[in-house]
Design a protein around this ligand. Structure first.
Ligand SMILES: [Zn+2]
Ligand SMILES: [Zn+2]
Length: 235
């Protein structure tokens, strides 16, 4: 049956529509996969793509280390990935969620399987009114297949976003920090010790920093941040 379906509706690259040379995800062709920018030289604390003169951590983290313990973002937030993420979030193209998750899974470092000590993955929560408006939380959609690959649970209940903040777009780092202050609550009734926070895109890092702070204040020892994409610093 699958073969018959493939004959009439061959799998296509979700970016360019090509039916040949589909890569390991089966949803993107090899050429389009090469167009994605891997975040290979990233700050070891906050995962911001580094300038050529920076060694392994950015100037900002040297001055003051972020509240979270590490950040892993395998891709740079740039085209054509940016377009796919926006299609998912703002155009409800839910078919992009498994594709984007698979891209992360295929870049998961081996030690994340071998030495994983996290108790749980907590997707960046949306405020209820935003969730109603959008109908889904993209971070939850993206985190679920990753959690499954690693055998970790996803918790979407213990953490709430209580402030319906303005969009962070167009604000500078300081304004974002103010805007997001006290936006979250976290109830550590499962006594987590090590939490993975998942956000689709980390821009200045102010949302994940505020959420990590809230989680640590509830007694969690270690918070690592994972995101699909990390914006370059001029964002
Ligand atoms: Zn393609
Ligand atoms: Zn940094």
């Amino acid at each position: 049956m699958d073969k018959l379906l493939d004959f009439f509706f061959p799998p296509r690259c979700q970016l360019c529509g090509d039916t040949s040379n589909l890569g390991s995800t089966g949803q993107l062709c090899v050429a389009c996969t090469h167009d994605l920018q891997l975040n290979l030289t990233a700050c070891r604390h906050c995962a911001v793509p580094l300038n050529f003169e920076e060694l392994n951590q950015c100037g900002k983290c040297i001055k003051s280390a972020p509240v979270y313990d590490s950040c892993w973002s395998p891709f740079i937030y740039a085209q054509p990935l940016e377009w796919m993420i926006q299609q998912l979030k703002f155009n409800a193209k839910l078919s992009y969620a498994p594709l984007l998750s698979n891209l992360m899974i295929s870049n998961l470092p081996e030690q994340f399987y071998k030495n994983q000590t996290a108790d749980v993955i907590i997707p960046m929560p949306l405020h209820n009114s935003r969730l109603k408006q959008r109908g889904f939380n993209q971070s939850s959609l993206l985190a679920a297949p990753l959690a499954k690959a690693l055998g970790l649970p996803v918790d979407t209940n213990s953490c709430q976003r209580i402030l319906n903040t303005d969009h962070q777009t167009g604000k500078n780092a300081r304004q974002r920090q103010q805007n997001i202050k006290n936006a979250f609550t976290f109830n550590n009734h499962f006594n987590y010790r090590h939490v993975l926070v998942f956000d689709d895109v980390v821009t200045t890092g102010s949302s994940v920093a505020e959420l990590s702070k809230t989680i640590k204040l509830a007694g969690v020892n270690r918070v690592d941040v994972w995101s699909l994409a990390r914006a370059e610093r001029n964002h």
